[in-house]
Design a protein around this ligand. Structure first.
Ligand code: DGJ
Length: 679
């Protein structure tokens, strides 16, 4: 049973965890349990703990996930239980709605819970409804609060970063304080990412309890983690940052995004396995869709593109086994002889037609060429942005996001369109739909290169909802379209974006040595099949670091492989080696994308899809010790595994206890091992 109930108690069960809610003596819905599986009888013995959605009022002095003001300026909620609904079944999973209301004021609050029989995720969100005849002001409405059981100590895990350095894992003691993880930028951000993990300070990669949650929202967000002197810890989180209010008119409702939690008793590795499985099965819009090997021309050409050069690159890309050719920024805008369009950062954004100087006959000749070479075609777009020097801006200056009497902040020479306006979203949908429908486009890279700045309270949430709506409509109208999410690299990677995209452009930093840490952080929650990873040139354009081609490939092959180098400058030997590596990647792609990912000691990552095992070992600098055998995980101890390159066989138990020998020459920087269980 995924959902069981008796008066005042609800028990949600997943394959390896349980979550229990109990009505407290004050009528408030409270967390009774989040941890290992329980029976209903065991759950019955538990007292009610912290509130499921902490409110203001009474003797409450902690973080309030729900803050409202009624017409008479009274605030807070006094809980009244109204009832509950359970929908679904044991096969597809269940949706529990605990229906609550204020004891006096016309505010209904639904707490939602979603569990599925093949996932350890508990999805939670909140709906508010104003049933009165005057407005209610909502200062904050979190999706959910999550409380972890009392432990001696707590440790917080999250990621921080910046452009070119996203997803850096931080694991620190949790302060006895309120720790705020947030983005106020209108996108989920590269300086933080909307997920959190807590453990008791004793979890390792393979053992120990870890509690985690990730928010399905691509705009501003806030997760406040609390630890009090008394030894309690947990967090409340949802969309929006502080200072933004929502007016809930009579009869109106407000639904939050989902904040999904996963508990694992198998350490940080165990929690990542569960996230990867959950995202692949239940978040991605087209589960199981194969990620093509992409060529993207950005690093090779930046804005300096032409039809002939793109055709030449396409020929070389096809020659090494690329399956989808993507033309990045710089292909659009302009009027022949009158306006240059998007030939640099300063002009043309918003003018979504092929640049007539660069593509005099439109995109068809290039697309036909790409298709003749056996590849599909993709295009870069940034639908939310506009350069002041563009025809769109000259025609519709009123579409830009700005506030009266305030300067409109330009970042990267661009402004944002007010996507909270339905007419703007409609325009964007029409442009994109036309592009895709008339040009045989299989893939869109949807970029967003600046944060939201001057925006009124009413913009932040509808803006993101309209981005989602445009993506959802495009996908529905073009079911085979693949979308890559991007915001100057990994600035908008979250469960909301992943519900509408196949992959995320992880980072503009393509230096293989630095990329290992970026990918390590990305993979804590998000699966490898969604992690866009290119092989680019050496020395690296951003860092100047020279690296061997095989090393660059081995790092990128552990995600969704793309090629992003200037193939016109690659030697015949490089192209030949690249072709062999792309062939090898296609063999291991199902294992990397569908298998279980284990982070191993000593700079190694393993993917397992029985009977196949793939192990990447990297040595980004010679200071890294990689001579020790690398111990594999999760194999059949009685199994025998054959090395696909040497034919040598290994015992599963020895691979796990003694490890896979790595007899590397001193100058090797990476290795790929493919094993198959043969007995
Ligand atoms: C930022 C992206 O991260 C890059 O890959 C590239 O698409 C540029 N934008 C283009 O302007």
């Amino acid at each position: 049973m995924t959902i069981e109930t008796e008066p005042g108690l609800w028990l949600l069960t997943t394959p390896s965890s349980a979550y229990a809610v109990r009505l407290g003596p004050d009528g408030a819905p409270r967390c009774a349990h989040w941890g290992p599986r329980l029976t209903l009888g065991q759950a019955r013995a538990l007292p009610a703990g912290p509130e499921e959605l902490p409110v203001e009022g009474g003797g409450r002095f902690g973080v309030a996930g729900l803050q409202v003001r009624y017409g008479d300026a009274v605030r807070g909620v006094e809980w009244r239980h109204v009832g509950h609904d359970i929908e679904g079944d044991d096969v597809d999973g269940g949706h529990l709605t605990i229906r609550m209301a204020d004891r006096h004021y016309p505010l209904e609050i639904d707490l939602h819970y979603l569990v599925r029989p093949d996932s350890d995720a508990v999805g939670r969100w909140t709906t508010l409804r104003n049933t009165g005849d005057g407005p209610i002001t909502v200062l904050r409405c979190d999706s959910a609060a999550w409380a972890v059981p009392r432990r001696e100590d707590y440790r917080l895990t999250h990621v921080t970063g910046e452009w070119g350095a996203e997803f850096q894992v931080r694991r620190t003691a949790l302060a006895v304080a309120e720790t705020v993880l947030t983005s106020r930028r209108g996108h989920s951000g590269y300086h933080a990412n909307p997920w959190v993990m807590l453990d008791a300070g004793d979890a390792t990669e393979d053992r120990g309890e870890v509690w985690s949650a990730a928010l399905a929202w691509s705009g501003s967000w806030r997760i406040t983690v609390e630890r009090d002197h008394d030894g309690r810890a947990g967090w409340s989180g949802g969309f929006g940052h502080e200072g933004v209010t929502w007016r809930l008119g009579p009869g109106e409702s407000l639904e939050t995004p989902a904040f999904t939690g996963i508990y694992s008793a198998e350490g940080f590795g165990g929690v990542s396995h569960r996230w990867h499985d959950h995202v692949r099965r239940h978040v991605l819009p087209a589960p199981g869709r194969v990620r093509p090997v992409v060529y993207n021309s950005w690093e090779a050409t930046e804005f300096d593109i032409s039809q002939d050069q793109q055709m030449e690159l396409a020929e070389l890309a096809a020659g090494i086994g690329v399956e989808l050719f993507v033309m990045d920024d710089g292909w659009f805008g302009g009027r022949a002889g009158a306006f240059a369009g998007r030939t640099g950062e300063t002009a043309g954004l918003g003018d979504w037609w092929p640049n007539p100087d660069r593509f005099p006959d439109g995109l068809t000749p290039l697309i036909d060429h790409v298709k003749r070479l056996g590849m599909a075609f993709g295009l870069w777009v940034e639908p939310e942005s506009v350069n002041p020097d563009s025809e769109l801006y000259r025609t519709h200056p009123e579409w830009v996001l700005r506030q009266p009497n305030r300067r409109a902040t330009e970042i990267r020479d661009q402004l944002l369109l007010d996507f909270s306006r339905d007419d703007v979203a409609e325009w964007a949908y029409d442009r994109l739909d036309e592009l895709v429908a008339h040009n045989d486009i299989a893939f869109l890279k949807w970029d967003m290169n600046r944060p939201i700045t001057e925006a009124g309270d009413e913009v932040w949430v509808p803006y993101i909802r309209n981005v989602y709506a445009v993506m959802d409509r495009l996908r529905a109208a073009h079911p085979h379209l693949t979308i890559e999410g991007c915001a100057s690299g990994g600035g908008r990677a979250d469960l909301g974006m992943l519900a509408r995209t196949e992959q995320i452009w992880t980072s503009d930093n393509t230096d293989a040595a630095q990329r290992i840490a970026i990918q390590h952080g990305y993979g804590q929650v998000y699966p490898a099949c969604t992690m866009g990873a290119w092989v680019t040139d050496s020395p690296n354009a951003l860092t100047g670091r020279p690296t061997p081609l095989a090393f660059r490939f081995h790092v990128a092959m552990s995600g969704a492989l793309g090629i992003g180098g200037d193939l016109l400058r690659w030697s015949p030997a490089d192209l030949e080696q690249a072709k062999r590596l792309v062939e090898q990647y296609k063999l291991i792609r199902p294992v990397v994308h569908e298998g279980r990912m284990d982070r191993l000691a000593d700079w190694a990552v393993q993917y397992t899809l029985d009977p196949h095992v793939v192990v990447f070992s990297w040595r980004p600098t010679t200071l890294v010790r990689v001579t020790a055998p690398v111990r594999l995980k999760g194999l059949d101890p009685d199994g025998v595994y054959r090395d696909e390159d040497t034919g040598k066989t290994h015992h599963g138990t020895l691979l796990m206890s003694h490890g896979l020998p790595r007899p590397w020459p001193f100058d090797a920087t990476s290795e790929l091992k493919r094993l198959t269980r043969v007995g």
